[in-house]
Structures are given as C-alpha cells and as structure tokens.
Ligand binder design. Sequence first.
Ligand SMILES: [Zn+2]
Ligand SMILES: [Zn+2]
Length: 345
Amino acid sequence: MQALIYNGPGKKNLEDRPKPTLQAPTDAVVRITKTTICGTDLHILKGDVPTCAAGTVLGHEGVGIVDAVGAGVTTFKPGDRVLISCISACGRCDYCRKGMYSHCTTGGWILGNRIDGTQAEFVRIPYADTSLYPIPAGADEEALVMLSDILPTGFECGVLNGKVQVGGSVAIVGSGPIGLAALLTAQFHSPSQIIMIDLDNNRLAVSQRFGATEIVNSSDGKAAERVMALTGGRGVDTAIEAVGIPATFELCQDIVAPGGTIANVGVHGVKVDLHLERLWSHNVTITTRLVDTVTIPMLLKTVQSKRIDAGQLITHRFRLDQILQAYETFGKASSTKALKVMIEA
Ligand SMILES: [Zn+2]
Ligand SMILES: [Zn+2]
C-alpha cells in the first residue's frame, strides 16, 4: 500500500509499505477513505517530536471502512464506516476511567507518532472499541474528518477549559485551523464577543465569515491595546492561546480580564514568561490540556444536525498519490490560503 513516511527531520516520502495486520485481539485494521494533514505533522517534520521515529507513517486524523477486527473487538465489524480519534484509549487504565484518554498509559496520542498513522491506504487502530466511532448513514464524511482532532481540540482545550460563558467575551489568539475550530465551537455557548487575532488578513477574513464579532491584525504590535479598547478597558473573560509561541501566550496575559481564564491550546516548544507580578491579584485561571476527544460523540451530533458547518474548514482536495503536493500546499498556508487539506485515499 502507499503511505507517507517520515524519514527523519526535513525528510518525507510516499512509499510502498506492507498492509498492516492485526497485532492484538483489540485491534482493527481500517481502510482509509479520507485523511488530512495537521500542523502537528509539520512539527514532526521539523524534528520537534522526538517520540516519532524515522520510518513512521504520519497522520492521526481520518475516516474509513473497517477491513478486519481482532477477536476481542465487539462494537465494530468489517464493512462498518468509522471515524478515527487521534487519541487511542484502552478504556481501562486509571486515566481512561477518568475520561482523560490523552494520558492513557498504553495509548494516548500514538497514531502517526509512536505507531504508524492514517496517511496511508490502511491503518492499524489499537483498542478499536474505544478509539473508533461509528459514522451515521448519510453523513458528510469530509466534514467528519474535522472531528478526529481539530474540533475536539478547539472545544475541549479552548472552549471548555476557557469556561466560555453566555454573554461573555472571548479572544482567540491564532486563526489557523485550531483557532477556527475554537471559534466555531465557542458559539455553542453564545458569548457576546469573539475577537480573533492573527497576523494574516486572509485568515482574519475567514474568521469573520465563521462568526467572529471583531478581528485584530496583531502585526503592528498593538493587539493588546485594540482588545482593551474593544472590551471597555476590561479585557476578555476567556483568552484562548492557539499558536504556541511566547509572544502569543504573553498577549493572552495582557488581555485577560480580572476573574478571567487563559486556556492554552498551542504546542509550546520553548519556555514562556509568567507575569505573576501583575496577575497574582487578578483572580486569573490558566489551563493546559491535551485533547481527550471525549466530546467526539457530542460534536458528531452537532455536525449531523448542521448546528456547525465543519466542512467549511476544508480548502483543498488531493488524492493520496498527490500527498507531497498536499504537504507543499498546507506548509505554505499564507500564500495558498490553505486551512485543512482533504486527502482521498
Ligand atoms: Zn492533528
Ligand atoms: Zn487507558
């Protein structure tokens, strides 16, 4: 089968690989029908993710059709259409029993990281019963690919952790796919203001179409002043950090209102300053989280009922044999205006 292989920092290739086989009774093999590329895949290619060894098939998002199941799999059978969670969960360890699947002692984020992932014709899914979700008949499968990772990440790490409230004010720093996923799902809670902040005017224009009430281009270094002016000098109740660099986390500290919450979503590679000399008296909460994907069943219903239009995040379409071109397009998002690229296997 064809698979996109990580060959060490800066190196990737579309290669021929043997089809994966069942290794444990709880495994399933899924034939991928649609997958996508994540910003995290670009981090791996930069060499930022040491757990991902050279030779690994990349990808942790996708939908497909069950090809084979182990003897211990009871929920799924060959032929079933399934949504793949980016998080594999045994369902039994202490963390899984708490719903903290991301910290599953033998699972968590392993797909396309510690084990072969979804950018291939077939993928082996460990703990299939608790890591796959059935796709309802007639569902828009392209839209459902957004449920493997980005919508639950935006919702769980940004909106839920950030305690977005009815009538509250929200700023989302970063208007990439994850920031936009937080923007879409924040609207479940009807905040009065959602201010989107980014350096890229195209992404800001997209966020206005997706429901932002105000947009701020932060390239002049005056984003904090703009946000304070837009919130009557108070700042926002929820500041969602969806980039993962020191400057954007600092901006969140500058714009959070007393009593507010900073919800970190971004993947940070270097340390950031914490301004306790200012924030110690501001009753501020700072949250961190890895996505657990516990909200996939709920989000699936909202996509099915058209309460949110997840498909609008898809900007480009490729076949699996064009995946190198898809990486090229996704990696140059500022010139190609790419958000999520859909790859048909
Ligand atoms: Zn991802
Ligand atoms: Zn577990």
